[in-house]
Each structure stands twice: as C-alpha cells, then as structure tokens.
Design a protein around this ligand. Sequence first.
Ligand code: HEC
Length: 187
Amino acid sequence: MKKIIVLFIGLLVFACNSEHKLDKEKYLNEGKEIAQSTAKTLSGHVKKAIKEKGPIEAINFCRLSAYPLTDSLSKLYDVKISRVALKNRNPENKAIGMDLEIIKRYEELIFKGEKVKPEIKKDKDKIVFYAPIRLQQACLICHGKPQSEIPDTLFKHIQTLYPDDLAVNFKEGDLRGVWKLEFENKE
Ligand code: HEC
C-alpha cells in the first residue's frame, strides 16, 4: 500500500511539473512575440520621427498607447502590455512589487557580465512575462546625459512633460527597464 501511495504521489508531482513546464513555454513564446513586435514598431517609428521631424516631435511616438498594434495585440492575446522601470520617465511606468525583484536580478546578472533572458512568473490571478530592455546608442539622445547627450531644448521639453523624470544618465548596455506582459491566469 505504501508503495502505491509513493508511486501515486510521484506521478502527481511528475504530472504537475510537466504541465507547469509546457505552460511556461507557451507564455514565453507568446510574450517574446508580443514584446518583439511592439519594440520593433516603437523603435521604427521613433527613429523615423527623429529623422523627419526631430527629437522633440519624436517624443509623441514613445508611448505604447500611441500604437494601434499595442491595442490589437493586447486584445488578441488577452494581455496587458507595459514597460516598467526603477528609473522611470512616465509615473505610470514605475516598477512595483514583483517587478523590483526581477529588475534587481537582471541588474546583478548584467553587472556580472552574464546573459539576461525573458522569464515567466505566476501571480495569484496573473501569469506575468518579463524581458530585459537594454539601452542602445540610439536611446542616448533622450535617456543619456543631459546637455552632453540630450540637447538642451529637448531636455527642457522632456522636463515640462515629465516633471518627475528619472530616466536620464543611462549608458549603453544598462538595463533601461523591463517588458511586463500580464496574462490572465485561466487555469
Ligand atoms: C525621442 C526620445 C526618446 C528616445 C529616442 C527613446 N526614448 Fe524611451 N522614452 C521616451 C519618453 C518620452 C518616454 C515616456 C513614454 C510614456 O509616457 O509612456 C520613454 C519611456 C521609455 C520606457 C518606459 C519606462 C519609463 O521610463 O517611462 C522605456 C523602457 C524606454 N523609454 C526605453 C527606451 C529605449 C531602450 C530606447 C532606445 C531603443 C528609447 N527609450 C529611446 C523618450 C525616448
């Protein structure tokens, strides 16, 4: 009898584990797809706007909500799409709760020169996809050093729009923030 119980528990643990893994894989794949296509649209439009209209105008293209794609992807996958950061520009993008733990770990890994990868976290009623956002050279004009990298008029404009802006003085390769995609936990 004991053996049967042990076997049963073993099977149960195995079943739960494999289901857990499959699940993670699905959300990881969907999350990567959503984050990548949103990032591509965003950076494509910002680069084009900088070139054609200048960086001050380009600021209007830096919000995820500026794009119909964000809306259609969030409906398609039933997911809330956001970017959050410790040093945030928009107060709505402030990292809170579980975000802080992830960001801290990503920062430690980057500090040690190790790879940072997307992750899935389970909350009570949510499954959350996180992925690192690293700073590239093209971002310095709006997130680098005021005056030397961010032109003065642009910096003043950013401060008018975002009086509590913390998102400056970043260097290439720094962790700028994370993608945070919140799926409903339907299990
Ligand atoms: C033209 C100026 C500009 C450029 C270039 C730019 N950003 Fe931003 N960024 C902004 C503005 C403005 C916001 C606030 C958007 C909002 O209100 O949601 C922002 C917000 C963000 C956020 C959300 C968190 C927060 O601080 O509010 C992340 C992450 C981010 N930027 C990363 C990047 C990365 C990575 C690049 C380069 C690939 C980049 N940005 C290039 C202006 C810029």
